[in-house]
Design a protein around this ligand. Structure first.
Ligand code: NAP
Length: 278
């Protein structure tokens, strides 16, 4: 198994998957393949030809691979992106395991037995699609407010997700007043913007002067650095905050389970990633 992307040299996936393979003593390996956009069809055909268990798919191929697999799972269709391909006797199915990744992180790491009725998602890119679908697909979530710098993108995504999930998805911009009114009665905010990501680590999507109530939980999908500026802002206000590393681990763990039938040791995978940051 392995991962395809362009670029791919800095992918963390081989570290965490090979750590799980070693821990379980399975006879296989996970490699990173640099695949150019014009070679995507051949790369996917190679999975069949070489009888590879499956692939992870990263930027920029998550959309392109969809036309080269035989089936697409419900959540990958809803998110509009495939990040995992599973090969069963030459029959390829495309999945999106980011949905599982964020929900498992919220349950296992942030400790949510049930998610808050009111949730806020910051951002409207690829990660926001997976996160908004994940949250809105849970029965207990009544409303998701989607705030983005480019308001038109939030509006388009909200419309799409309302149609798919039947939930109320309210779009808006990132101005302080919009953030404050969205956060005041929310129980969870998920940052899916790239603000705060290495190397611009001092960035935060939180507007100046926003009041954070202590029951509001932050899940920041940014994982490099492990502790973001936005997480520090929440913790300083007495609120709990979690970084995106666990989402990365759990989406990988779900892919691994699809390929091998075994759910891998996520603590081993997480340690392998932390090793890359230190
Ligand atoms: P993307 O599709 O490029 O979307 C980027 C988002 O960030 C857009 O909403 C964009 O707003 C916003 N943004 C960028 N620069 C901004 C700025 N200066 N001010 C305000 N908003 C800004 O990227 P993506 O794939 O969704 O990834 C976004 C983040 O999620 C990355 O940090 C990535 O590491 C993280 N992520 C984590 C995981 C995980 O497993 N933990 C998985 C996927 C992604 P506009 O629309 O206005 O440009």
């Amino acid at each position: 198994m392995g991962v395809i992307g362009d670029p791919i040299a800095h992918s963390l996936s081989p570290d965490m998957h090979n750590a799980a393979i070693d821990a379980l003593g399975i006879d296989c390996c996970y490699v990173a393949w640099h695949v150019l956009p014009e070679r995507v069809a051949e790369a996917v055909a190679g999975v069949r030809g070489l009888d590879i268990l499956g692939l992870n798919v990263t930027i920029p191929h998550k959309l392109a691979v969809m036309e080269h697999v035989d089936r697409i799972s419900e959540e990958a269709l809803a998110v509009g992106a495939v990040n995992t391909i599973h090969n069963e006797d030459g029959e390829l199915t495309g999945y999106n395991t980011d949905v599982f990744g964020v929900l498992m992180s919220l349950e296992r790491v942030a400790g949510f037995v049930s998610l808050p009725a009111q949730c806020v998602v910051l951002g409207a890119g690829g990660a926001a699609r997976a996160v908004t679908y994940a949250l809105a697909s849970r029965d207990e979530v009544e409303r998701v407010t989607l705030l983005n710098r480019t308001t038109e993108k939030a509006e388009a995504l909200a419309l799409d997700m309302e149609k798919i999930t039947g939930k109320s998805i309210l779009p808006g911009g990132m101005e302080a007043a919009e953030q404050q009114s969205a956060l005041v009665d929310a129980g969870l905010v998920v940052n899916t913007t790239s603000l705060g990501m290495h190397p611009q680590v001092e960035g935060s999507p939180l507007a100046e002067g926003i009041e954070i109530h202590p029951e509001l939980v932050l899940y920041d999908t940014v994982y490099n650095p492990l502790r973001t500026t936005m997480m520090v802002q929440f913790e300083s206000a007495g609120a709990r905050a979690f970084g995106g590393l666990d989402m990365l681990v759990y989406q990988g763990a779900r892919s691994f389970e699809l390929w091998t039938g075994t759910f891998p040791p996520t603590d081993v995978m997480k340690q392998a990633l932390i090793g890359r940051f230190s």
